[in-house]
Design a protein around this ligand. Sequence first.
Ligand SMILES: Cc1cc2nc3c(=O)[nH]c(=O)nc-3n(C[C@H](O)[C@H](O)[C@H](O)COP(=O)(O)O)c2cc1C
Length: 422
Amino acid sequence: MREPQTFPAPDSGLPALAALAAAPVPVVAAPMAGGPSTPELVAAVIRAGGSGMLAGGMKTPDAVRAEVEQARALLGQAAQPSSAGRSGAGPSSPDMRPDDGADLRLGVNLFVPDAVNTRVPARDGRAAAARRREVEAFAERLRPVASRLGAAVPTAEEATPDPESEQAQFEQFLALAEEQAWPWVTFTFGLPGPEVFARLVDAGVAPGVTVTDEAEARAAVGNGARLLVVQGPDAGGHRGTLDPAAEPGTAPLEEVVREVRAACPSVPLIAAGGIAAADQARAALEAGADAVQAGTAFLRTPEAGTSAAHRAGLARASERNGLLHGSDPEPDSFPNESAPGWADTTVTRAFTGRWARGLTVPFMAEFADAPAAYPEVNVLTGALRKAAAAAMDLDAVHLWAGTGAQKARQVPAAEVVRSLAP
Ligand SMILES: Cc1cc2nc3c(=O)[nH]c(=O)nc-3n(C[C@H](O)[C@H](O)[C@H](O)COP(=O)(O)O)c2cc1C
């Protein structure tokens, strides 16, 4: 394993950074909102020597509070880690288990809503009205598909978030991070202001940001990020571009890691995207990362909360079995590695209004020109996706997965950690 050289010393006041650096295995369970990330998954990965992130996205603060408590209970510790927070005892405190700092390797990921994203200009009335019209037009196009599935599509007004509520909920999450003494947190989908980072650091919570290129990395560190998740183009799920209107980059992960490492030499880097085997993890560390983060590789583990539809899609991807529908003409070439089919992944805005990679399904082509309007599009398609998943009609389900989808295995999370260990 590569010696951790870049994580700051334990006296940074952020014990999680030292604990992450000292993790027996530099593999992090990626946060995966929408079900896959569970306290069980995160605890299993941490127990196997890795680190893990709970997914706060699309959850209420109360739900996240309960997940943090549950993960801590599974890790066999008290509700409050004794060593987090500046006022708490240090890692050598006698009331902390002397072994491994496992409690400090538990983190929480939060979405940054537009209302607190410094990269999104405030929308004036005209811009807001234009966006509303685009969203309504898209809602109209979705209605026939939804009605075939027996689902409803909300109106544009119903789908549009209230900035004040977004701000208030974000504030509740920050207060919860302080109250529960989360060891570390990562922000995704945007860049909060410097005051947010300063507040977390004061509370002993190490704040990080998901970035997708060097410019974003510099901006994040400039605002006070103390660690970065560098996400490459092969990643499953949403791209973490700070500006939701930006086209995500396509430079390979190792190249982005190298650039970010050169730009931010003393910031801990966690590389993510398409990592499905130990040699890929090793390459990311050699490019300058301190650890790797994997999502797709854990989706089929029993500890993950991945839905039945999602698991079925992944199973077919790994079997290279494109025959999802009885009505499909039966190709004589399956299984065939080069045949376009379910093993392919596509980056699409169709499901949520933000670029995300998932197993290729017909809905992506049909709505390829969906407006760049997250979270409205996510809300518009929510009920129809749910109905399609319940009916196991995968044509219209967002089956988020990275380019390593075919390699995701149905094995316990600890085995995935071992298989990724560089
Ligand atoms: C199902 C799924 C859900 C995801 N949800 C989140 C999320 O809530 N927050 C986040 O920062 N990243 C999310 N991601 C992206 C991951 O954090 C990570 O960047 C990605 O999984 C890495 O690529 P890989 O899937 O190829 O390993 C998600 C990815 C997947 C596959």
